[in-house]
Design a protein around this ligand. Structure first.
Ligand SMILES: [Zn+2]
Length: 183
């Protein structure tokens, strides 16, 4: 009797612990999405709704746990009222396709940095992936990849550390001050 009561209490504690984590996550996603929309005209997300990803990928659970879709949804919602664009891009091979030359590097998931098999450039996996996502996002809205770096790379801060400068190139119609963002 006593034992089961304790167990019930323990379950309650665990449940409220989960609720707390969820609240914190939502709070973080709110802050981050607000900041993303405030700072950037274009925000590109990998579309992790892609079924294979969730069904087969070892990452599926952590992606879902991390509240990715919540972040994307919040960002899309906030962007609407600010006239900003959010695009979802195909995530396929985003961490393996070389941003510079397009070669596919078949690299195990735990390898974080590698040299491209084709062009030999040293690639940091996360950085390369954000370049690819941004490139795909820009392609979706009909823009070329400017000479810029994705601004958000390292641990997701609510503060961003840099911003892409506007670049005017012949033949592009990019408005002055457009910033692009790959995530
Ligand atoms: Zn390459």
């Amino acid at each position: 009797m006593k034992g089961s009561k304790n167990r019930f209490k323990a379950r309650q504690r665990v449940a409220s612990g989960h609720a707390k984590v969820r609240r914190q996550r939502t709070d973080f996603n709110h802050k981050l999405s607000t900041e993303l929309v405030r700072r950037h005209d274009l925000i590109a997300f990998e579309d992790l709704r892609v079924r294979n990803m969730v069904r087969n990928h070892a990452l599926a659970k952590s992606i879902l746990d991390a509240g990715w879709s919540e972040l994307v949804t919040l960002t899309e919602y906030k962007a609407l009222s600010k006239g900003k664009r959010v695009v979802r891009v195909d995530p396929a091979y985003s961490t393996q396709e070389c941003f510079h030359c397009g070669a596919l590097n078949k690299i195990a998931l735990d390898i974080r940095e590698f040299d491209c098999v084709s062009c030999g450039r040293h690639l940091r996996r996360d950085h390369n992936a954000s370049c690819i996502v941004l490139k795909r996002g820009l392609a979706k809205v009909g823009q070329d990849m400017p000479e810029l770096k994705p601004v958000e790379m390292e641990p997701l801060p609510v503060q961003t550390t840099g911003r892409a400068s506007s670049v005017s190139e012949a033949g592009t119609t990019r408005p002055k001050g457009l910033e692009a963002h790959g995530l």
